[in-house]
Write a protein that binds this ligand. Structure first.
Ligand SMILES: NC(=O)c1ccc[n+]([C@@H]2O[C@H](COP(=O)([O-])OP(=O)(O)OC[C@H]3O[C@@H](n4cnc5c(N)ncnc54)[C@H](OP(=O)(O)O)[C@@H]3O)[C@@H](O)[C@H]2O)c1
Length: 423
């Protein structure tokens, strides 16, 4: 029996609601309820197995202890490592100022994982390196969803389809899932629908803001437009930081192949630059936005212009990097044609109402907004019923581990707020 005891409870609206809300969010089933005649006590009968979790949830709801989230991070690569470092740096302040206890309890890479209960999250690198435990996502999820902690969150920072295949099960079990991994959002429509249904039925959140525009508020902006009753007519923009950088720099003075080598050396491209140049990554982002807008679209419905010459599509990565000069004459020809028309080249994606989508290289007037973005910026224009003559624009750095991790972290804080943290 868990009892909430306090003076003047009877005269203060919302006390019982706060207790039951906290228990519900922690997925604690209440078997019986009693309110004492003194009105100083509300007692609830629970399963013994839920006792610790229920007590923590109730304490956190009444500010007697921090709101605790058990965290597991998958994929400590570039984005995952930046996220883990950001969480470690922000955790003391969040605990002090927002009464939020972000407790890192598991980290998994593709071959090994580290599970713990009271490890020092700032030491995650050495804890993972020293671990001999092989990666097992079943054990990982069970550990993150500890019986004694009210809320569990898995942050998937891999680019793995295999990991995305677990989301629906995790959400059904009540584990919140946050990710910059595009595989779930742009994968098969059946799996996507199963994930959304699992999030609704399991009362856990699925958040993926960083899948489009990294740390920029693109999905949230679209959601806000739709939720406030606006009608989206089209979404258009530059969604690849890599391709933005390449076409911002490509002015004919330096061969395209040399720019590509430089972008690769600076870490702007994927390890295999064909992942950027094929347009598939941009097409995935468009599919994610189309689905968010309620247009059940699939990747194969997007018309994509692949910039990789046919002769280079099937060779291995090493050979591809050696033969980059094969891009040069075609790209120079496209550039000269655009220049003759007083235009510039940009790799643009467009999504029209109902889910018609196209991704490719287009010629734009020099004064066009897309022609004047900086470095690896992304830019997204929403044309809607309200923003008809002058579209709503979101613009800024759209790639990079730090900003992407910050987008994931912001999603985590939204989940924390949804379970009751006063953020
Ligand atoms: N980098 C960006 O600017 C950016 C921007 C927006 C979105 N994203 C997305 O963010 C995600 C991460 O990108 P990244 O650049 O950080 O990639 P990355 O450096 O290649 O890191 C990927 C991580 O995932 C791990 N991993 C792969 N398969 C796994 C599996 N089956 N189980 C557990 N761990 C697995 C890898 O572990 P091992 O090292 O052990 O293989 C590695 O730690 C991707 O989905 C990417 O599309 C990235």
């Amino acid at each position: 029996v868990l009892a909430a005891v306090g003076d003047r409870m009877a005269g203060k609206p919302g006390v019982a609601a706060r207790l039951f809300d906290a228990l519900a969010r922690a997925r604690v089933n209440v078997r019986a309820i009693a309110q004492g005649a003194s009105e100083r006590n509300i007692s609830v009968a629970l399963d013994m197995a839920d006792a610790t979790k229920a007590l923590r949830a109730a304490h956190a709801a009444f500010w007697l202890s921090p709101q605790t989230l058990s965290l597991g991070v998958i994929g400590p690569g570039k984005v995952g490592a930046a996220l883990l470092d950001q969480i470690a740096a922000a955790a003391p302040r969040l605990k002090r100022e927002a009464n939020l206890d972000l407790r890192l309890r598991a980290v998994a890479a593709s071959r090994r994982m580290w599970l713990d209960d009271a490890g020092d999250s700032a030491q995650w690198r050495s804890l993972l390196t020293d671990s001999t435990e092989p990666c097992d996502l079943g054990r990982f999820a069970s550990h993150v969803q500890a019986a004694h902690l009210p809320h569990a969150v898995i942050l998937d920072c891999s680019a793995s389809d295999t990991v995305a295949a677990h989301y629906a099960g995790w959400l059904r079990a009540g584990i919140h899932v946050i990710t910059p991994n595009k595989h779930a959002g742009a994968g098969s429509i059946e799996r996507y629908r199963a994930i959304r249904a699992a999030a609704t039925s399991g009362a856990a959140r699925f958040r993926y803001e960083a899948t489009v525009g990294a740390g920029l508020p693109v999905i949230q902006t679209l959601r806000d437009l739709l939720d406030t009753g606006d009608e989206v007519h089209s979404v258009e923009g530059i969604f690849s930081g890599t391709l933005a950088w390449l076409f911002n720099r490509h002015d004919g003075k330096i061969p395209f192949s040399a720019l590509l080598r430089e972008a690769h050396a600076q870490g702007y491209t994927e390890p295999d630059p064909r992942d950027d140049l094929s347009g598939t990554d941009v097409a995935r982002k468009i599919v994610i936005l189309a689905r968010e807008a309620g247009w059940g679209m699939s990747l194969d419905e997007v018309i994509v212009e692949n910039l990789v010459p046919a002769s280079l599509r099937d060779v291995n990565r090493q050979e591809f990097m050696q033969r980059l000069e094969e891009f040069d004459s075609v790209m120079l020809g496209r550039l000269q044609q655009a220049t003759r028309a007083q235009k510039v080249l940009r790799y643009v994606a467009r999504l029209d109402r109902g889910g018609k989508a196209q991704v490719g290289l287009v010629e734009l007037p020099r004064e066009h907004a897309f022609a004047n973005i900086r470095l690896t910026d992304n830019i997204v224009q929403f044309s809607t019923k309200r923003y008809r003559d002058n579209p709503l624009v979101v613009q800024g750095p759209g790639a990079g581990p730090e900003v992407t991790a910050a987008g994931v972290f912001a999603d985590l804080l939204r989940v924390a707020a949804a379970v009751g943290a006063p953020l």
